[in-house]
Design a protein around this ligand. Structure first.
Ligand code: HPA
Length: 257
C-alpha cells in the first residue's frame, strides 16, 4: 500500500512518540487530543488482534505535542519485519526523535512480580527476523535503550514511589506462548521477561538514530512458573489495571526529555 502522510500529521511538531501495547490504549484518554489518523488511511498495516487499535493520536502533554501510536502489528500475524516497523519509519519521517515503546510480557524472573513494570536495559532477538535485512548493515546495538532516558525514568519512578524493574526482554516470534522448557531456556540465556513485540521497532529506531526507551508490563508468570495457564484476556486485563502507574511516570518524565 502506498504511504501518504497528511500535512496535519507531518507538521504536528511532536518529537517524542509512544507506542502503546496490549491493554495500554487508554493512555490517550484524558489528554487533550489535537488530531487522530487511522493507520489504514496512512498506508500502514493495522492489527486485527483484540486490544490493538490502529491509529496515531496527537495529544498535548504539558504544552507540548506528543504522538501516540495506539496499536502495532506483529510478526506473528504474518507481517514482514519491514511492515512491523513501517510506523516507526513514518514517525521518523515526521520528525520523531525519541521513541517510547510499551508492551505486555511474561515475567521469567521470579523476583519480578506480575502487575509490575520492567524497563528494558537490553534485549535478546529470538524472532529469527530483523527489519534491517537488506540494509543498513552492521548497525551498532550496544545501547539500543538509551541510558540517559533510563536514568530519567528511574528518577521519576522513585520520586513517585513506584517499583520500576530493569532487565532483559526476550523477543519470541509467537503467536503461541512459550513452553515451560522454553521459559527455563530463556532464564538461562539471561532474559528477565518474554514477549512477542518491540524488538523489531527498537532495532529500526536504533538504525535511524532515534533515542529509545521501552517498558514491559509484566502481565503473567512465564509458562511453568505458576500452575495457571496463560490467556490473552488475562494479559489484556492485567495490562489495563497496571497502565495507571506507567502513565503517571510518563506524564512526569516526558517533559524532562
Ligand atoms: N509470553 C510471550 N508474550 C507475552 C506473554 C508471555 O508470557 N505475556 C504477554 N505477552
Amino acid at each position: 500500500m502506498k504511504k501518504s502522510i497528511p500535512r496535519e500529521l507531518a507538521e504536528c511538531g511532536a518529537t517524542t512518540a509512544i507506542v502503546l501495547g496490549s491493554g495500554l490504549g487508554e493512555f490517550a484518554a484524558g489528554l487533550e487530543h489535537i488530531g487522530s489518523h487511522e493507520y489504514s488511511g496512512l498506508g500502514l498495516p493495522a492489527s486485527k488482534v483484540p486490544g490493538h487499535a490502529g491509529r496515531f493520536v496527537v495529544v498535548r502533554l504539558v504544552d507540548r505535542p506528543l504522538l501516540i501510536a495506539q496499536g502495532r502489528v506483529h510478526l506473528y500475524e504474518g507481517w514482514e519485519a519491514s511492515e512491523v516497523v513501517s510506523a516507526v519509519v513514518m514517525m521518523h519521517e515526521i520528525g520523531i526523535r525519541t521513541l517510547i515503546l510499551t508492551n505486555a510480557a511474561g515475567t521469567v524472573k521470579p523476583e519480578f512480580m506480575p502487575g509490575s513494570w520492567m524497563m528494558l536495559s537490553d534485549h535478546l532477538n529470538l524472532t529469527g527476523q530483523t527489519p534491517l535485512r537488506g540494509g543498513p548493515h552492521f548497525v551498532d546495538m550496544s545501547e539500543v535503550y538509551s541510558r540517559r532516558l533510563r536514568q530519567i525514568f528511574h528518577r521519576v519512578a522513585s520520586r513517585q514511589g513506584t517499583i520500576l524493574h530493569e532487565g532483559v526482554y526476550a523477543a519470541m516470534h509467537g503467536p503461541q506462548y512459550e513452553t515451560p522448557a522454553e521459559v527455563r531456556m530463556l532464564q538461562r540465556l539471561g532474559a528477565d521477561a518474554v514477549g512477542m513485540s518491540t524488538v523489531p521497532e527498537a532495532i529500526q529506531a536504533r538504525a535511524l538514530g532515534m533515542e529509545a526507551a521501552a517498558f514491559s508490563c509484566l502481565t503473567n508468570w512465564g509458562a511453568g512458573l505458576s500452575p495457571d495457564l496463560l490467556s490473552h484476556d488475562e494479559v489484556t486485563s492485567v495490562g489495563k489495571s497496571a497502565a495507571g502507574s506507567l502513565i503517571e511516570i510518563l506524564r512526569e518524565a516526558l517533559p524532562l526529555i
